[in-house]
Design a protein around this ligand. Structure first.
Ligand code: HEC
Ligand code: HEC
Length: 241
């Protein structure tokens, strides 16, 4: 059997960056796949300097982040609200769009390892696609009206959970650094809300010149972050720390 050159490269990279190469079986797939989910090997699927891993945006335990959880992700019949017919297509939308990397192929050992990991945390009977319903309002003023008046105290732990992962460490996503916690204070309620609801590549952002909030920050749908939670986060972000 002919071995593609990039497969050897993938394994070398994994050994160097992620798990170390002890006496374990180098093809132990779920363990390798975990590295492509949440370690430096995952970030390296993106642009040079990208710090975001799949785990930055997708949990593996059922809890929401900006993306749907990976628990039970693998056997759904379509992805991204029908835009992505296969798991690989959906993953590649993130690898190329949010992380700024090169699309993986079905036989790339980095992908087969990651897929094996995703299957290992998925139940075959869960096949219904996740919904994709971003909250797109007319303009920044409409977000300002909807998201004014939150509770800054209630927003503190929510900020830490949903935003602090990137903003507290000014994480580089694709090639852009997240704004620092202090600098977030200078944005208006409407600007922050519109950014959180519509940032990123699909369905708006980088691909759509009319959107005012492009950039690699991911958007959060209301089923991941409720309007009340976002209102409180915004009040917290705009308060003194
Ligand atoms: C910067 C954030 C970010 C990163 C990094 C990221 N994703 Fe995503 N991903 C999203 C968002 C946002 C969506 C679309 C909406 C959703 O899933 O809620 C999404 C959607 C998906 C979906 C489709 C979910 C569904 O059921 O429709 C899959 C599969 C996926 N991502 C896989 C990956 C994989 C694999 C990686 C790592 C190689 C990755 N993503 C990295 C943000 C991200
Ligand atoms: C996956 C990492 C990540 C998460 C999670 C995240 N952000 Fe961001 N954010 C970024 C990056 C990177 C930028 C700079 C690039 C850009 O504008 O997309 C940014 C930019 C912003 C901006 C600047 C908008 C502008 O007009 O320049 C605001 C405001 C913001 N984020 C608020 C938030 C809030 C509030 C949350 C939590 C609900 C959040 N972010 C969650 C990565 C993230």
């Amino acid at each position: 059997m002919r071995r593609p050159v990039h497969s050897m490269f993938g394994i070398t990279l994994l050994c160097a960056v992620a798990v170390g190469c002890g006496d374990g079986d180098p093809s132990a797939p779920a363990a390798d796949g975990l590295a492509y989910y949440s370690s430096a090997a995952s970030a390296a699927l993106g642009a040079v300097g990208n710090g975001a891993t799949c785990a930055t945006c997708h949990s593996n335990d059922g809890t929401p982040r900006s993306g749907d959880t990976f628990r039970n992700i693998a056997y759904r019949t379509s992805f991204k609200g029908g835009d992505a017919p296969t798991l690989l297509d959906a993953a590649n939308a993130c690898v190329t769009g949010w992380m700024g990397g090169t699309a993986l192929t079905a036989t790339d050992p980095r992908w087969t390892a990651l897929q094996t990991y995703l299957q290992s945390i998925s139940d075959r009977s869960v096949t219904t696609p996740n919904t994709m319903r971003p909250e797109v309002l007319a303009n920044e003023a409409a977000y300002e009206t909807m998201y004014a008046g939150g509770d800054a105290t209630a927003g503190a732990p929510l900020y830490a959970r949903f935003c602090g992962t990137c903003h507290n460490s000014t994480l580089t996503v694709n090639m852009s650094r997240a704004v620092s916690r202090v600098n977030l204070r200078s944005f208006s309620v409407g600007r922050i809300a519109q950014k959180v609801r519509t940032a990123g590549p699909p369905p708006s952002g980088m691909m759509d010149m009319s959107d005012s909030t492009p950039g690699p920050m991911p958007f959060f749908e209301p089923d991941e972050l409720t309007p009340t939670e976002l209102r409180d986060i915004i009040a917290h972000v705009r308060s003194a720390m």
